[in-house]
Design a protein around this ligand. Structure first.
Ligand code: SF4
Length: 558
């Protein structure tokens, strides 16, 4: 078991090496990984290794130097501190032929991926995972007053309701208990038992069934009391995301998710060719995916789609065609884009051995990715490109983790720099340039008209966005009748604590975007405007006249 003492670091014996390092970091203000590493290389530990950022910040704190100045900025550059957690191993109704079968990890993941390792070290306990990530961010000097929690692992809707409720309750309780500046507290959790694991032909679900699961009591009142405590907490939950399959996102699930405070759904789309879906045993249809995306949008959820290239039955041309159709017809908000990789123990591995599937060549992968990046519209955030699977799992035919950089470089060379949202967000160290302007785009979908509003600075960098949905179909919940819906309101730039004014955050951009959303909703004939408020943002929306109404926060627009 890890103890609080594991996180303590006494900088005094290192003063001679660390003080010049801290002073240099404060002077040079490195803003990229490469710059950081160059400086760290000049100030090595006595054993020849690098000092960790937590150690550097510990020293800065101990010697009363302004440690915030030496924080590595990228983690909180989108304005919130991200906390990624993993659920315990559990069965998934999918039979996808490429999906790993590592029963030490939740379905779709591998036990030695860094995030899963952290989760395993505390028995997948949500409280301990949340606390430890907050502490790690805090120790690196990141503000943790606005936190987005991303819960990863298999198919969330397939976990028993009691487990879902207990998991979210644990996350919220840790957020509410955490106040890094005053109360470091103990590290919870226990070392997980190592499960015997070898690669066999037996499926994940069959092997998992032998482990059994503990019965957890259903505790909605416990969850509601943590939601209430958020109003007083110094660490606010500004977004809560889960991942699921397209055939596990019906009205019943969406109702439960809203009652838990979930605001964003990662959904496995992968490809919209029915033949490719069939060959990869996704066990749903393309039409089911489209209907699910429509329902999620009508219910106000932000949608992050997972998309894979190089699946069984695909080729680079099909991948290009289907991706372009998907982004232009289905209008996802965010995408995680992964080339399919061959993992031992999967059905795809067996197909590879029989010659039925092969990874694309490096050149094909790079040119395909360059085209997909270039085809991604300005309204879509490419959150991740290429999954960083530990190298020993994909020794043959693996994907170069620098593929994105290579593809971006190719696009720059051909005069087509990326326009997706992540490429244009203002950076943590950037000063916005006047004049600011508001850009508006209209996207026509089957279930909604989407209005995408963005505030852009004089150098074409995005400072903030609002996704406003104007429904064309009846809403899934009665309180949404006559409502337009703000699905996302986001001001970018480095995170700052609530109450402080940052370069971009807390400058009134959010208020301007809401005002414009009210005008647009009114022009379109809606009587009310709803927002899918995360549990920590409710008091913010109250300031603009929104009141709690069922699962949403709603105000009149006249
Ligand atoms: S739905 Fe996701 S987690 Fe389930 S088998 Fe398919 S890829 Fe794996």
């Amino acid at each position: 078991m890890r103890s609080w003492a594991d996180f303590e670091f006494d900088p005094e014996p290192h003063r001679e090496r660390l003080l010049p390092l801290v002073e240099r970091l404060q002077r040079d203000r490195p803003s990229t990984d490469r710059e950081w590493r160059r400086i760290l290389k000049d100030h090595l530990r006595p054993d020849g290794g690098f000092y960790s950022k937590a150690e550097i910040n510990s020293a800065a704190r101990a010697w009363k130097l302004p440690f915030a100045a030496i924080t590595k900025p990228t983690r909180t550059r989108s304005g919130v501190a991200p906390v990624t957690l993993f659920t315990q191993p559990y069965a998934c109704p999918g039979q996808c032929i490429y999906c790993p079968n590592d029963v030490r990890a939740p379905k779709a993941y591998l036990a030695d991926e860094p995030g899963v390792q952290r989760a395993r070290s505390v028995g997948f306990d949500p409280y301990a995972q949340t606390w430890n990530r907050l502490l790690a961010l805090f120790r690196l000097g990141h503000p943790v007053s606005k936190v987005e929690i991303v819960i990863l692992g298999g198919t969330w809707s397939n976990y028993p309701e009691a487990y879902q409720v207990a998991f979210v309750r644990g996350c919220l309780r840790a957020l509410n208990d955490f106040d890094g500046s005053k109360n470091p507290g103990p590290i919870h959790g226990a070392q997980i038992e190592e499960l015997p694991f070898e690669i066999t032909d037996e499926s994940y679900n069959v092997r998992l069934a032998r482990q059994g699961t503990e019965a957890i009591p259903l505790d909605w009142p416990g969850l509601h009391s943590e939601i209430q405590r958020q109003s007083e907490s110094s660490s606010k939950l500004v977004g809560l995301c889960i991942e699921t399959r397209p055939d596990r996102a019906g009205t019943e699930e969406m109702d439960r998710w809203r009652r838990m405070g979930i605001t964003k759904v990662q959904i496995g789309v992968q490809n919209l060719s029915d033949e490719v879906i069939r060959q990869n045993r996704r066990v749903h249809t393309a039409e089911q995916v489209r209907q699910t995306l429509d329902s999620l949008r009508l219910a106000g959820f932000k949608i992050q789609a997972h998309w894979m290239t190089n699946l069984l039955g695909a080729d680079p041309e099909l991948d290009r065609r289907e991706y372009v159709r998907f982004v232009n017809e289905e209008h996802p908000d965010e995408i995680k884009l992964y080339p399919c990789q061959r993992i031992p123990g999967t059905e795809l591995e067996r197909r590879f051995r029989r010659g039925a599937w092969a990874p694309y060549s490096e050149d094909d992968q790079r040119s395909l990715l360059a085209d997909l990046l270039a085809a991604t519209p300005e309204t879509v955030r490419l959150s991740r490109v290429v999954r960083d699977i530990p190298k020993h799992w994909v020794t043959e035919g693996g994907v170069d983790t620098n593929l994105r950089e290579g593809a971006e470089e190719d696009n720059r060379r051909r005069g087509a720099p990326l326009r997706d949202l992540r490429s244009r967000e203002i950076g943590a160290e950037d000063e916005p340039t006047m004049p600011f302007r508001c850009e508006e785009r209209r996207l026509d979908g089957r279930s909604t008209v989407e209005r995408f509003l963005s505030v852009v600075d004089g150098r074409d960098r995005v400072l903030g966005i609002c996704r406003l949905s104007l429904p064309k179909c009846p809403p899934p919940f009665e309180e949404l009748a006559q409502c337009a819906m703000i699905r996302e309101l986001h001001v970018y730039g480095p995170a700052v604590n609530v109450g402080q004014a940052g370069r971009v955050q807390h400058r009134g951009l959010g208020e301007q975007l809401i005002s414009r959303a009210v005008e647009l909703a009114k022009e379109a004939g809606f009587l009310k405007l709803a927002v899918i408020a995360a549990v920590g943002t409710r008091s913010y929306y109250e300031r603009f006249g929104f009141v709690e109404c069922g699962r949403y926060w709603i105000r009149a627009v006249c």
